[in-house]
Design a protein around this ligand. Sequence first.
Ligand code: J2J
Length: 547
Amino acid sequence: SRHQYPLKQEWPAELVQKYREAGYWRGETMTGFLRHNASEFAERIAIAGFSGDQWQRWTYAQLWNKVETAAAGFLALGLQPGDRVVVQIGNMPEFYSTVFGLFRAGLIPVYALPAHRHTEIVHFARKAEASAYVTMQQYEQFDYRALAREVQAQCPALEHVVIIGEAQEFHAFHGFKAQPGLLPTQDADPQAVAFLQISGGSTGLSKLIPRTHDDYIYSFRASNEICNITERSVYMVALPAAHNFPMSSPGAFGALYAGAAVVLSPNPSPEAAFPLIAQEQVTAVGLVPPLALLWAQAAQSSAYALTSLQVVQVGGAKLTPEAARRVIGGLQCQLQQVFGMAEGLVNYTRLNDSEETIIGTQGRPISPGDEILVVDDHGHPLDSGKTGYLLTRGPYTLRAYHNDDAANARSFTEDGFYRTGDVVLRTAEGYLIVQGRATDHINRAGEKISAEEIEDHLLAHPQVFDATVVSVPDEFLGERSCAFIIAKAGEQPRAIELKQWFKTRGVAAFKIPDQIVFVDSFGTTAVGKTSRKELRATLRQNLLDAE
Ligand code: J2J
């Protein structure tokens, strides 16, 4: 059941025409703009970061060279245009030579995070029907070649494994040879899918989000303007490079589009990032709220000058007004709130907005073409000033998940509006204030965890009779996960055993419940609850009442 190449996203013809006429979609491609910048900005620094323990600086011309070599290497393996390739690479320059190499070869990257383990990688590979996997020798003390072996054993369709670093039995990325004759002579169709991004996964496993060249390039080109990213900017990727925020809002792709420099911090701690900010004169960075607070505090006693920083963007989870004030006070630079999603829609506070707006809202959409509806329980649109469910449609918001009819049936209205799952208030000026959400996931410091997915792993444990996972407010993380467990009669696993269980299940460590509470039953108030959703709400409330 291979999907037709090129993969497409179906916008109705009248919207396609509208988005083109408005100049949102300009027929650019990911390869086209980078090739152009490789001649326009040839000697400027494109990317700086650690490759292993070596600090590297690549100019635009060097980056393009590496991209062409990577592209030839992938094609020499026998991969065909349109094949999907799972990419799991940390914050190292090779992340970009790999993904642009795949674009150049006409291949479709599927972005995994370094934290993902075999259960997630196998899921992405199967959903995408991928035939190759690119990962690293080692990152943050973890050996990804061992992971690749597990993944390949479970998913033999994943025929080729390419390793950055010492490859052992796999293909060595650094052994790829330039072979210009292998490369396609034409760039992709701008309306074709360029890659598959992964969703936060509010129900069950992560879904795959197809993003086209036209739609994604529009989102970061327009973001550059809103965020004032120019060829003089130095943008730091502190969050994982594969995440949509540091990739496109305006992210590394926006920076590369502008001819700016991208600086990679190997992790987002102040210890790793601050010396690099000082050394490379970083001007902009995107952070999640807990990190922004940590940075604001660390800046008070840091030996490194952060004076080059002009804008700190904060998004991924709600930044409260009090936290916003602390970020501004601690980092002494401009704050920009970002409320975005890998599915598309991104909102920003504008750099010249009033302090009240910057502190008190999550911004407004990028584009006049973004259609926003705030609706009640029955789907009826509400006036501004009222709180309801956020629906959206627009020139860079998906129309369908990849290969997932069930998710598509519940995630879109008949008119093609995407149900974001977020509960918002829209001000009279069109700014959005995030109030909560309709779906049961845990937003743990910006990492979205599906309650259902974690419950399924717990239910697979031989001593667990039933499990319900909820989010609870957490001073540092924003939210943490708490699992309520009913053990099987006469058995009581220890909390530590349940946590270790997740290791053997092969899932990302951020999904391990932060708190485990053993109960005899889910309580009398919970009996007769018709849905898991109601049950979760009751258990969460009980826990909060008890504290
Ligand atoms: C409250 N909730 C927020 C915010 C995201 C830019 C920035 C972030 C993401 C991202 C992104 C929030 N306040 N400021 O892709 O390009 C929650 C919402 C949203 C979900 C999306 C980008 N910013 N959120 O976080 O796909 O619930 O994208 O629907 O990971 O994060 O998560 P994700």
